[in-house]
Design a protein around this ligand. Structure first.
Ligand code: IVH
Length: 422
């Protein structure tokens, strides 16, 4: 997200500046939604995106009269791209609010206790489970048979990817006879890190552009028009929630529901844990954060969910997220280094990707000497110049990104980068 008026704290904005900021943020957020949801090619980290959304929300709460008709707070993701039939979700597929530190988590607990009018002594159980950095989908079963698979899309309308989902081995095609008559299981499709590396190696050998990270690779694989290609991609699936359920029982708690999912043949995440206090939840966060690097798949945080379904129902939803769940995000791993050169990589199809050549630096335990600058617009927008000191980041991504140039450290005479005309 570009900085600009961003530098100014929300409290210091006057009304005209606030209106201009809301217009700018609406435009930027929808651009990034489109890049993320339709092109599977995000240009900013989740942290930057979340910062923009929070800034937008903060300005809206200070200037409610300025809330725009196209406010990003009221929309979720981008409408689906063409190529697949559209499916309206029977129950919307929502997003999650974020927590970035222990204070946010304590506030989340306090709000829930207040809304449920629980006194101090009464227990409030949460299930904590990794937030899988993949593609969320819904799988519908009728009479215990898989009948339809859809992507989240904008949360209301997704894409019909039934034929592709059928090729995912973790998604059972038939459920035991005691499973509900109608059941929509939701969860995350992901690609393991080794499968991702092997896929990119193959693509490299075949002269195709590599995927930036496993998330993009899984999204790209599910949204393939040829199911055979999806089948070759070895996608995996963790189940973690449901949509419509009829003629059957999913239990009275999330923890019991996870048990049933396993009984019906789904994979659930083995790190999920039932927690009885904010301290237990935060200890789980630390443990999962510690294991993050050794897990064979990408995660970008830990999700906490109120265990009891009757509590979940009473808490309900606000615009785009349930009040009974929150995603406690991991901080993006960043480091500062020097940009020594920008080399243009040419893909087989002629796509040009500028690659930053850096003085090697360790970010989150990995030595990084190259980072992507995505494309020409991105270099212009960030005004990154050869010789600059830059902030680089690894955030759930395997390919590190250049976040920004540290303008204060810019060497005299550094010139704007000129993208080759040929
Ligand atoms: S629960 C109504 N649990 O994160 C709540 N979501 O940022 C449904 N995600 O749209 C979401 N791992 O795609 C839930 N263990 C998990 C998750 C998870 C990844 C994704 C999901 C959701 C997004 C929200």
């Amino acid at each position: 997200m570009s900085e600009g008026a961003d530098a100014k704290p929300v409290e210091a904005l006057n009304e005209a500046e606030a209106a201009a900021e809301l217009a700018r943020l609406s435009e930027e957020i929808s651009r990034h939604d489109m890049l993320y949801h339709q092109k599977d090619a995000p240009q900013v980290s989740d942290a930057e995106y979340d910062r923009a959304r929070r800034r937008n929300a903060a300005i809206e709460s200070r200037f409610p009269a300025l809330i725009r008709a196209d406010s990003p707070s009221a929309r979720l993701g981008a409408a689906p791209a063409s190529g697949f039939a559209k499916i309206r979700h029977s129950v919307p597929m929502l997003s999650l609010g974020n927590a970035f530190n222990a204070d946010d988590v304590h506030r989340f607990y306090a709000r829930i206790r207040r809304m449920l009018e629980l006194d101090e002594g009464s227990p409030l159980e949460m299930v904590g489970e990794p937030k899988i950095d993949g593609l969320s989908i819904t799988a519908r079963y009728e009479s215990q048979r898989f009948v339809q698979g859809a992507t989240r899309g904008d949360g209301q309308v997704g894409e019909d990817v039934t034929s592709n989902i059928k090729t995912v081995k973790d998604i059972p095609k038939v459920l035991p006879t005691h499973a509900p008559q109608v059941l929509e299981v939701r969860g995350e499709i992901y690609m393991s890190k080794p499968d991702f590396a092997a896929l990119n190696r193959r693509r490299f050998e075949e002269g195709e552009a590599p995927f930036a990270n496993p998330r993009n690779a899984s999204a790209g694989s599910v949204r393939q028009l040829v199911p055979l290609v999806t089948a070759e991609r070895r996608l995996q699936f963790f189940a973690y929630s449901c949509g419509k359920v009829e003629g059957g029982n999913i239990g009275t708690t999330h923890w019991a529901f996870l048990d049933r999912l396993r009984d019906w043949g789904f994979m659930t995440n083995p790190l999920a844990q039932l927690c009885r206090s904010p301290d237990e939840v935060l200890a789980l966060y630390d443990r999962i954060a510690g294991e993050r690097g050794t897990l064979p798949y990408d995660i970008d945080g830990v999700v906490y969910k109120v265990n009891r379904f009757d509590y979940q129902e009473r808490l309900g939803f606000v615009s785009r997220a349930p009040r009974w769940a929150i995603a406690h995000k991991f901080p993006a791993e960043q480091a500062e280094t020097v940009l020594n050169d920008i080399i243009i990589q040419v893909g087989r199809t002629g796509t040009l990707t500028p690659v930053a050549h850096l003085t090697p630096v360790t970010v989150g335990g990995v030595v990084v000497s190259r980072a992507t600058l995505h494309n020409e617009d991105e270099i212009k927008r960030k005004d990154v110049r050869i010789g600059d000191t830059v902030i680089i980041q690894r955030a759930g991504d395997v390919i590190p990104q250049v976040v920004e140039a540290v303008k204060a450290k810019r060497p005299k005479g550094a010139k704007p980068f000129r993208f080759p005309a040929k």
